[in-house]
Ligand binder design. Structure first.
Ligand code: AMP
Ligand code: MN
Ligand code: MN
Ligand code: MN
Length: 276
């Protein structure tokens, strides 16, 4: 049986392992096909490709795009694209610039709650100068003892509706799908169970994602409970989406599920890799 893991993060975004260390860990974990899907950045892929050469791991190009649907953040995993696409590279650079502006605003909001020095503090956890994320602020807040865990940093400060939440200026969902298609890739709705939507709103998201050319959804994710996995298997069938799966691994200490540790896709679904 071929083991797939098509969602994880390296130091090119908010993971703590380099992309070559991720490839080595994937090999140890028995992963045969791996996608490293950094947030809005593909600079780790070249190193990963070199590291995978001569190993049992087949690497496919991956990225996780931040997008907006109905003023909410949704994540789109892009797979199998041409990493040399200028349309993709320009879109990613624009999102990274927006991330820097949002980081300034997050730091100002934290200062208002009495937490100073947050931008410099978060930057100490940044491993790719081009890419700053809320995870880096969360690690700073834990390090300084303001909260006891990364999750609490989101629950108290950084999550939607909390004092340091800054509405993110991401591209619209349809534009992100278009960018991936322009680069010859496919668009996968990441961890759909993580979005706090009613069932009606979830159906609307899935319909609009499909109508805008979305190709697949992650049915198995470390963000999902077992009932959510089952629910998204059903939705993949109902809407005619291909199926993907990924651990969303970030860090050996922080992540609940290791690389390659999800169960295989159930029979009857069309896997994203079936046409590659
Ligand atoms: P950003 O893309 O900068 O808004 O940050 C999003 C990242 O923060 C996600 O990819 C997760 O790694 C992390 N994250 C978001 N929400 C939470 C949460 N509620 N608990 C823990 N980590 C989270
Ligand atoms: Mn992340
Ligand atoms: Mn995500
Ligand atoms: Mn992710």
């Amino acid at each position: 049986m071929t083991v797939y893991d098509l969602h994880c993060h390296s130091t090119a975004s908010d993971g703590t392992l380099s992309s070559s260390a991720l490839v080595a860990r994937a090999a140890r974990q028995g992963v045969h096909c791996l996608a490293i899907t950094d947030h809005d950045d593909i600079s780790g892929l070249a190193e990963a490709r070199q590291a995978a050469t001569g190993t049992s791991v087949r690497l496919v190009n991956g990225v996780e795009l931040s997008a907006l649907w109905n003023r909410r953040t949704v994540h789109i995993v892009g797979l199998f694209f041409d990493a040399g696409s200028s349309a993709l590279q320009e879109a990613l650079a624009a999102v990274r610039a927006a991330r820097h502006q949002r980081a300034d605003a997050i730091a100002r909001a934290l200062a208002q709650t009495g937490i100073g020095g947050a931008l410099e503090g978060a930057r100490r956890f940044v491993t790719n100068e081009a890419l700053i994320s809320r995870t880096h602020f969360a690690r700073f807040l834990v390090d300084r003892g303001h909260v006891s865990s990364k999750q609490k940093a989101f629950d108290r400060y950084l999550g939607q509706g909390k004092p340091a939440y800054v509405p993110p200026p991401w591209p619209a969902l349809a534009d992100s799908i278009g960018t991936l298609h322009a680069a010859g890739g496919i668009a996968v709705l990441a961890h759909p169970g993580r979005y706090p939507l009613t069932d009606t709103a979830m159906r609307r998201l899935l319909s609009e994602f499909r109508d805008n050319g979305g190709d697949a959804i992650e049915v198995f994710s470390s963000s999902h409970t077992p009932p959510q996995n089952e629910r998204f298997v059903e939705y993949a069938r109902f809407y005619g989406f291909k199926a993907s799966l990924g651990s969303d691994f970030h860090d050996p200490g922080e992540s609940r599920i290791d690389l390659g540790a999800l169960p295989p896709l159930p029979l009857g679904l069309v896997p994203v890799w079936s046409t590659q």
